[in-house]
Design a protein around this ligand. Sequence first.
Ligand code: 8GT
Length: 137
Amino acid sequence: MNVRKHLHVTCAIIEHDGHVLAAQRSAEMSLPLKWEFPGGKIDPGESPEECLRRELMEEMAIAVNVGKKLPASTHQYPKFAVTLHPFLCSIESGEIVLHEHAAITWLPPEELHTLDWAEADLPIIEAYLEAYGAIAR
Ligand SMILES: Nc1nc2c([nH]c(=O)n2[C@@H]2O[C@H](COP(=O)(O)OP(=O)(O)OP(=O)(O)O)[C@@H](O)[C@H]2O)c(=O)[nH]1
């Protein structure tokens, strides 16, 4: 039996003015200083959309509109597996205040690959660029 940890995590691809938000994990978090899409673990009884809205409020003090779902992606890290559930999002209200992340940056889609991403995010970036990269600009 595989008793290793398997997390289900939502993540927000937040678009604004042709740019996409990337967030850098802090030195104290797991996968320190890697870049990711903000979000987090889905709580029991919570929908992925509810999870995203809760996490974005907790992590960045913004309310987001949760839009289209992209295909989920599963990745096995050495110590745990994660299934990422990505959604296109936009900011509904609020100014970003970082409560957990070390930094954020807004990048045009074609420059997303220049960051040092958490490995689980790479297929998501690829799928996003394929589906939306051209029209996001
Ligand atoms: N939010 C988010 N998490 C991601 C992404 N990619 C990725 O591998 N993850 C992993 O999925 C998990 C997300 O859970 P979380 O955001 O609630 O993690 P956390 O800060 O509580 O982590 P920790 O308690 O393990 O340090 C982390 O282990 C994180 O490394 C991503 O794009 N966004």
